[in-house]
Design a protein around this ligand. Structure first.
Ligand SMILES: [Zn+2]
Length: 305
């Protein structure tokens, strides 16, 4: 609790210390109803019914979530194949899922900023800068995983995993970071994020605070996806993602599945699968915000205390 209060203070007052009970009541309620898998469109239609008016002592602050659909434009990301031999491009899948997340969060009263809404390439460093400029409360980057073709049976590898920014500990974590960082070869605008910037991040106290928050957000994200995803959870992981370095807020990168696995490619390229993935990610963000809000308010007003 204390660390969160100091977190709020270091944020230069951007966090209102007063509890946003009304907004969070709605957020927590919709996070729970997420277990019932309400379609995003249906949730959107019922927005007005879920927001209680604040009392005189409550100062609601509308939270901002940054949704980052990976890749775009001339960077397609990974390329996969559905069971019906239809080609799948990561940039298209993640944009569709990001739009589902956006719809769900906006229906719950959260402000959403998308780093891209069309098939365009945004430099990795610029994605974080957008997040900072918009004063985001959390940052979620959406990606699709790819098996290494040198593996014994690459097509059989499946499952979802969520990363937070820290030094990679395993070869597999380094593989995913290398894959997602490689996009920087397409960057021609925007400032490069140097390796020294990554080193600096690891030594920065505020970013260390964000690491703990990001790790918790990643855990919530994995739990949320577990209820809806056709594949297994590959767990919370950590690696040095360039897209996360410049976002000065709790930030995660979610790999929603393997586009190189037929059934998962089918799921993530279907409208229903994209809606399920989007709902799980959005409800996880709402759950995180609700927990966060309860802690910054001192744990006195939250239903979970
Ligand atoms: Zn990617």
């Amino acid at each position: 609790m204390n660390r969160l209060k100091s977190f709020a203070l270091v944020r230069g007052g951007s966090f209102a210390m007063a509890a946003c009970v009304a907004m969070l009541g709605a957020a927590a309620a919709s996070a729970q109803s997420g277990a019932a898998k309400v379609p995003a469109a249906a949730a959107e239609r019922s927005t007005t019914a879920t927001t209680k008016p604040p009392s005189a002592t409550e100062v609601p602050r509308r939270r901002t979530v940054i949704i980052d659909a990976g890749h775009g434009g001339r960077d397609p990301g990974m390329t996969g194949m559905t069971s019906a031999r239809r080609r799948l491009y990561e940039k298209d899948v993640v944009l569709a899922v990001a739009k589902q997340v956006q719809a769900r969060l906006e229906a719950a009263g959260v402000k959403v900023v998308m780093t891209r809404t069309a098939d365009t390439l945004i430099a990795l460093g610029d994605r974080g800068r957008i997040a900072n400029r918009e004063n985001g409360d959390l940052f979620i980057s959406v990606h699709v995983n790819a098996a290494n073709p040198k593996w014994k049976s690459p097509g059989a590898t499946r499952g979802f995993e969520t990363y937070f920014l820290a030094e990679a500990k395993t070869e597999d974590e380094r593989r995913v970071a290398d894959m997602e960082n490689e996009v920087s070869r397409f960057d021609d605008g925007g400032e490069r994020t140097s390796d020294s910037a990554v080193d600096f991040m690891f030594n920065d106290m505020l970013q260390n605070q964000h690491l703990r928050e990001s790790s918790e957000l990643a855990s919530i994200m994995q739990a949320g996806l577990r209820g809806t995803h056709p594949g297994p959870s590959r767990g919370v992981k950590q690696a040095g993602f360039r897209v996360l370095v410049t976002a000065y807020m709790p930030a995660v990168l979610v790999e929603i599945g393997f586009g190189t696995n037929g059934p998962e490619a089918d799921w993530m390229s279907s409208t229903a699968g994209q809606a399920e993935a989007g709902l799980a990610i959005a409800d996880s963000a709402l759950e995180y915000l609700a927990r966060f809000e309860r802690r910054v308010s001192g744990g006195t007003s939250g239903p979970g205390k």
